[in-house]
Design a protein around this ligand. Sequence first.
Ligand code: HEM
Length: 484
Amino acid sequence: LQQLLWKDPHAPPVVFHWFPVIGSTITYGMDPYKFFFANKAKYGDVFTFVLLGRKMTVCLDTKGNNFILNGKLKDVNAEEIYSPLCTPVFGKDVVYDCPNSKLMEQKKFVKFGLTNEALRSYVTLITAEVENFVKSHQAFKGQKGTFNVPKVMAELTIYTASRSLQGEEVRNMFDSSFAELYHDLDMGFSPINFMLSWAPLPHNRARDNAREAMIKLYSSIVEKRRSGQVKKESHDMIWHLMDCKYKDGTPVPNHEIAGIMIALLMAGQHSSSSTIAWILLRLASKPHIIEELLEEQKSVLGEDLPPLTYDDLQKLPLHAHVVRETLRLHAPIHSIMRKVKQPLVVDGTNYVIPPSHTLMSSPGVSAQMPEHFANPSVWDPHRWDAGSLNFEAAEDDEKIDYGWGVVSKGTNSPYLPFGAGRHRCIGEQFAYTQLQTILVAFVREFRLRNIGGEEGVVGTDYSSLFSRPLAPAFVEWERRNKEN
Ligand code: HEM
């Protein structure tokens, strides 16, 4: 009755629920995609649901993606939503704890630091980390065995991302003090912190202590480097940020370098470790694709499989398609949120969304719609083979310059795992470089298959902010090279 009495002719339909504050929290939280698709069928592409007392308005499909992700600054706002959660993790004056114009400058610093030269050097560093890992990690003792993919991949990507992007000092600290600090800081992203990030709970105290300790560690790395004790021999992001200046001429202070590095560590780690875990799990369910990948490497790079270079990656389309197809079905970010700043008419509808609502976009929905992808639930990297699909921005698609890059509005693309608009990901190239490099090394080293050769893959764990495979998820591995 309450829901009927509230009815405003311009309000989107409200998802039916029995309890006022809880609303749809449980059904959404258990499986957001199931929830989105079920309500899309019932109510259409625009509907409102109650999440922990907040009114969330979901706008789906390409029009919905575009409406939210390309929303104007005066209409929609990200930092009001993300700051309570992120600022206690990243620290002051970075990302969402500053005006959007400053975030745009910080994104520009990072984007400009990810040069081809830097990425080229990362391929070598990442390959060395993976080779060392598959030789020495206890999960890979002997000629064959099983390993818990999500857990082992989370460990590996910490090493690969820290060695390349974060630099040698941080990488070496991950063998000792840093790992624990990282863990404590990560607890700051527990889902209950969406409501209670301010609360003096034990995990929040641990988070705050870890943040302070990490800022000190990064600052000491910067100071040591500035004093000339460390030679500049690598292309890591700390060196790059030390040379950056804001438009008004001020250099980036140490605590901001630290904050940006923490933000990159967090943004990169969860998304990349979940994606590489899905890649290996999907491959284990279709082992013939692993052999196709090895064939691709041999035919393009040579039978003797020489050390991988950055330029080689551009010549291995099936490897790229494996990443692309995995991100279509398993984009690690399933919901993107914005606060409504003033009453907004949803493009092409009569709905008006009031400022009391939060907008929610889920590009993963359009990526799984049969209108855009034939047999959408089938994981098939070959669907991306030359000419069969092309969602690259059309020449005449509208472009916007955000300072950190000229971005196509991506208005019509149903495939946006890296988002769109001013908050779009700047880590895409790094992510592809890292994921493909790990993939190349794994294909060279191992055959993988599901235990007992079964088909199918595990379900998704949506209980944290970034979705990931339900753990444990073991697969069988066998080394190709018997001499190892
Ligand atoms: C933003 C996805 C890897 C850094 C985003 C957004 C998405 C995304 C969907 C938009 C969020 C929003 O609009 O609210 C991914 C995926 C990744 C990945 C799927 C890997 C498979 C990375 C990596 C880094 C990174 C490796 C760092 C090196 C960032 C940053 C932003 C961002 C700085 C901007 C946040 C903002 O402007 O508000 N990412 N990301 N990401 N990502 Fe990534």
